[in-house]
Each structure stands twice: as structure tokens, then as C-alpha cells.
Design a protein. Structure first.
Length: 377
């Protein structure tokens, strides 16, 4: 028997239970993972947003049943399940209670690890971790404790809009941020200033990406207005293999946009990867620059990434689901991946310890990246 992580939103959890709690569904992108589920395996159910463990489901086997269960997506890759434990959100086990009890959450320094666990569904859990979570769910079921939940996070509203695809239109889901402070903070015209620690974290992350890129054999580029920033006593513009000028194959508007992207990896005249680092309030501005680049060069096939701390993951999710990004011919979330800063730093550290940086390929980033906009079950 194996234990698997199974993600729900507040809305899809309610709809799952109202439909009889006997079918769990997943995005088609995870068909291979679903195929690994075996009869008797346990799906441990987790509510995104409010970070609560709320259920345990026993897998009975695959099913072709496509009865409409969820209003926001079909989740067509499905398995029959038998519920063992079903909890309301307020009676769920907070993620915080797992600290020090599971391999992926030993302390605050492991925030990147547990975000790595909960970003894909289904995801295989270590046997001892699954048993710990199941034991805690059983206790919560037999001795319920009520803890308030943020209803806005629990029931984040997604709206249906239309996107033109070829000669036809198709429905897509978008988010519209409602928190006025959130909207103000994310505005590119916001007057909110970054703290010194945020500026330092931003520069350190740029340095990490630039130095890794040149170790991998790429030419590198740092945003023109950041070249004089220093990290470890070295100006970013002085890092080995730093280009003085960008390739000239783009028009003026495209070149100006590219010049301001935080970090680029280049091979000859080709851009291999582009990174925007967002440690401050202005997540929107980094996404907007990526979107502008794709609008100017829709056929440009480069890897795009937004790098931000784990604590900002939910904000990145909200912003990338805005209509201006979601209603593109190709939604920005499909082109621009989110890299969790802590996980990226840890991975690069391990690669360097093993002396593997020179043989590393840019594709390793896709193993770390999250592409938002694929609905959660």
C-alpha cells in the first residue's frame, strides 16, 4: 500500500462530497502518475489555499465514468475511491502540525520541501510520512477541533471567460483579485519601496542564476539597470561571460523589453532561458514584462520563469490568472513557469556539491517549475 497526495480547492472538495465522494479526478497532464495508483492505495486529501489535510480515500481502481462532478473543470483522469475519512475544512489538520513529524517538514527551513510535495496531484509520499498524516486525520476525525479558516482563500472564485482559438472561442477560467491592497501593491505604478533585505535577496538570486548560467556554458545578461548591483563584493555586470550588448535580430521594442529582464541565458544569438525575480510586492510587473515579450514575439520559443519565495506562491498564482494573462492565445501560465526560490537555491547547491553544473541542461528547470492555470482537484 502506498500513500498519495491528492489536492482539492474548497469548492472542488464540497462538490466531490456532494457527488458521493466515490470518484477522485485529476488533470490529464498527470495521467502517468494516476496510472501508478493501485487498488488499496490511500489518497490523502489536502485543501490548497487554507493548507489543511481533510480526508483519506482508499483507491478501488480506474474508472471511465465522466459524470459531471466539478463545475470548474472536468478532471477527466479518474479513479473510483472509498472514503475512509472526510472532514470539514475547519476540522482539518493544519500543515503546521506536521512540522517535525514528517521528512518534508522538519522546520521553517523546509517550506520549500513541503511546497514541492503539494504542487502536483497525485504525488507519491514516503510511507512513514503518509502514515503520520493518516494517524493525525484519524485523531481529527475521532476528536474534532474547530479552527477558523479564511473563507476567501477556501473559496477563491474563478470566473468563466472566452478565449478565441483559431476561428472559434473556448471557455477559460480567470481570477479577478478583490483585495484593494493586493491590487495596489501589484500595480507597476505602486510607490511601495522594497526593504534592504528584499533588495539583497533579489540581487543574490540574480547572482545565483547568472553564475549558474555561465558555469553551464551560457553567455549571460543581467537587466541593464542592475549591472552595478553587488553580491559577494562583485558587481553583477562583471560576472564571467556577461554580454555587453544583446543580439540584434529583434526590433527596438523587443530589445528594450528584453534588456530589462532580470536574467537571461544565451547561446550564440539564441535566448535559452529568461528569468524575472520577484521578492517585493510587484509580482505583476515581472509577469507583465514576460507577457509583453510574448506579445511582441509570439513565435519566440524560449523558457520563461518567474522566481519568487515560497511565501509569494499564492500571489503569483492570483496574478498569472488575471484576464490579461489568462486570455492570451496561449495563456501566460503555460509559457511562464514559477520557480520557488528556496527550492531552486537548494537544488543548485546540491548540483555544485556534486560538480555537475557543467553537464547540466536547461531542461532541469522544468522539473522544478510549476505552471499555474491548470485547475486543482
Amino acid at each position: 500500500m502506498n500513500y498519495w497526495f491528492d489536492a482539492f480547492s474548497g469548492r472542488t472538495w464540497d462538490e466531490f462530497r456532494k457527488a458521493g465522494a466515490n470518484i477522485s479526478g485529476f488533470n490529464v497532464r498527470f495521467r502517468k502518475q494516476v496510472a501508478r495508483l493501485q487498488r488499496g492505495d490511500i489518497l490523502l486529501c489536502y485543501l490548497t489555499g487554507v493548507m489543511r489535510w481533510v480526508g483519506a480515500l482508499e483507491v478501488l481502481g480506474p474508472t471511465d465514468d465522466q459524470t459531471k462532478i466539478w463545475s470548474e473543470s472536468g478532471f477527466p483522469v479518474r479513479v473510483n475511491v472509498k472514503p475512509r475519512i472526510l472532514l470539514e475544512a475547519e476540522h482539518g489538520v493544519p500543515m503546521k502540525q506536521l512540522e517535525g513529524k514528517t521528512s518534508f517538514f522538519q522546520g521553517p527551513q523546509d517550506v520549500g520541501k513541503y511546497h514541492g510535495i503539494v504542487r502536483k496531484s497525485p504525488a507519491l509520499l514516503q510511507l512513514q510520512d503518509g502514515q503520520v498524516i493518516l494517524d493525525m486525520l484519524q485523531q481529527a476525525n475521532s476528536q474534532p477541533v474547530s479552527r477558523p479558516v479564511d473563507q476567501r482563500k477556501l473559496y477563491r472564485k474563478l470566473f468563466t471567460a472566452s478565449r478565441r482559438k483559431g476561428k472559434s472561442e473556448e471557455p477559460v477560467q480567470v481570477s479577478v483579485p478583490e483585495d484593494p491592497e493586493d491590487v495596489l501593491a501589484s500595480s507597476p505604478n505602486s510607490t511601495t519601496e522594497a526593504t534592504p533585505s528584499e533588495v539583497s535577496e533579489h540581487t543574490q538570486t540574480q547572482h545565483l542564476l547568472l553564475s549558474l548560467g555561465q558555469e553551464m556554458g551560457f553567455d549571460v545578461w543581467v537587466a541593464r539597470n542592475d549591472r552595478s548591483r553587488q553580491c559577494n563584493g562583485v558587481s553583477l555586470g562583471e560576472i564571467p561571460r556577461m554580454l555587453e550588448e544583446l543580439p540584434t535580430q529583434f526590433n527596438e521594442a523587443t530589445t528594450r523589453t528584453i534588456e530589462l529582464i532580470d536574467v537571461l541565458w544565451l547561446k550564440g544569438n539564441s535566448i535559452e532561458a529568461a528569468f524575472e525575480v520577484e521578492c517585493t510586492t510587484s509580482v505583476y510587473s515581472g509577469l507583465l514584462r514576460m507577457s509583453d515579450l510574448l506579445a511582441l514575439q509570439p513565435n519566440l520559443s524560449i523558457r520563461l520563469y518567474l522566481v519568487a519565495p515560497a511565501a509569494r506562491r499564492a500571489k503569483v498564482d492570483r496574478e498569472i490568472m488575471r484576464p490579461t494573462f489568462r486570455l492570451r492565445d496561449t495563456p501566460l501560465g503555460e509559457r511562464c513557469g514559477y520557480l520557488e526560490m528556496e527550492e531552486l537555491t537548494e537544488t543548485v547547491g546540491k548540483v555544485r556539491e556534486l560538480g555537475l553544473a557543467q553537464s547540466l541542461k536547461p531542461s532541469f528547470l522544468e522539473d522544478l517549475a510549476v505552471h499555474f492555470g491548470e485547475e486543482e482537484v
